[in-house]
Design a protein around this ligand. Structure first.
Ligand code: SF4
Length: 308
């Protein structure tokens, strides 16, 4: 099997920073216990499980906001995730007398700042993102006037009479495909709109590597189902190169049927995927031979200690 290891892949600076913060709290006894993370520190189940082994409690409850989850915490240390947190939640943590650390990525903070500046200048802000993702949740908490758009249908439903000061921006881990289709509608409705593309550099260069790759029979993206940037890598591969692409959590998720009758596969990974997990996938594929059952075993041999 020809295996192409796409680069860059793996951790971005925001993920490295967030993980370093959690590790620091774990090894520093003066931080009050228990240690809570409001959500998943980064979107990767393996990392969440590995931190759980060190006593870190990830409060990740579907349908609950960060503010609602914070209400369950009365003492200890709270870590806000790389995806961003609203000022309201920070204020509430202060009111409760909690020790907290903010692991928000600097690229996400940049969007918060841009949105606040434009609101102060009297703009109507329209934000493009994914529903039920923590990054938009924090942005929308800045001001109730911000209009949220996920897709073309949402854009069509935007009111026509928003004035002529319209500022449009977006979640950092989208793809240009997500944005283009929505922008084409916004452009028709509000010709004088200003657009600030906030897809982060880490997301952009990983997607570019996928778009620039040679044609292969299959692409595997190693990443978590909840990871927006990982999902986008698979989507970009399908849309830009017409390559069948699957998102897998690790080597154990490979479906051997995908490898039937193919000769080449490329591998990339999301910005929150441990390198060691992607490397295990690559090693398996390199030794895989369709006619030799001895090469078909694909259970992970990684322990939680290996993940961190
Ligand atoms: S994917 Fe981008 S925005 Fe998200 S943590 Fe990484 S660098 Fe920051």
């Amino acid at each position: 099997m020809k295996v192409i290891d796409l680069t860059p892949r793996g951790y971005c600076h925001g993920v490295l920073n967030a993980m370093a913060i959690v590790k620091k709290v774990i090894r520093t006894e003066s931080y009050p216990r228990p240690i809570y993370v409001l959500g998943q520190i980064v979107h990767n189940q393996k990392i969440t499980k590995a931190f759980k082994e060190h006593g870190v409690i990830s409060l990740d409850q579907k349908g609950k906001t960060r503010l609602e989850m914070l209400e369950q915490v009365d003492h200890g240390t709270v870590i806000f995730t790389a995806h961003g947190i609203s000022d309201k939640v920070i204020e509430r943590a202060k009111e409760k007398g909690l020790t907290y650390l903010n692991a928000t990525c600097r690229d996400v903070l940049k969007v918060h700042k841009a949105v606040k500046v434009k609101l102060d200048e009297g703009y109507q802000v329209i934000y493009i993102g994914h529903r039920n993702h923590p990054e938009p949740e924090a942005i929308l908490d800045i001001d109730p006037s911000i209009l949220f758009v996920e897709n073309e249908k949402d854009a069509m439903l935007l009111p026509n009479d928003l004035g002529d000061k319209i500022f449009v921006t977006n979640q950092t881990t989208l793809s240009l495909y997500d944005i283009k289709s929505v922008l084409s509608i916004i452009e028709t409705k509000y010709p004088s709109y200003i657009f600030d593309n906030e897809i982060c550099n880490a997301t952009t260069i990983r997607q570019q590597a996928v778009m620039d790759q040679e044609k292969v029979d299959l692409m595997l993206v190693v990443g978590d189902q909840k990871s927006s940037n990982s999902n986008k890598l698979a989507e970009v591969s399908r849309k830009s190169k017409d390559i069948p692409s699957y998102l897998i959590g690790g080597v154990e998720d490979i479906n051997l049927e995908w490898l039937q009758g193919i000769d080449s596969v490329s591998v990339t990974s999301g910005a929150s995927t441990p390198t060691i997990v992607a490397e295990e996938v690559i090693s398996f594929l390199k030794q895989y031979k369709k006619d030799d059952p001895n090469t078909w075993h694909h259970q992970s041999s990684l322990s939680l200690t290996d993940i961190l």
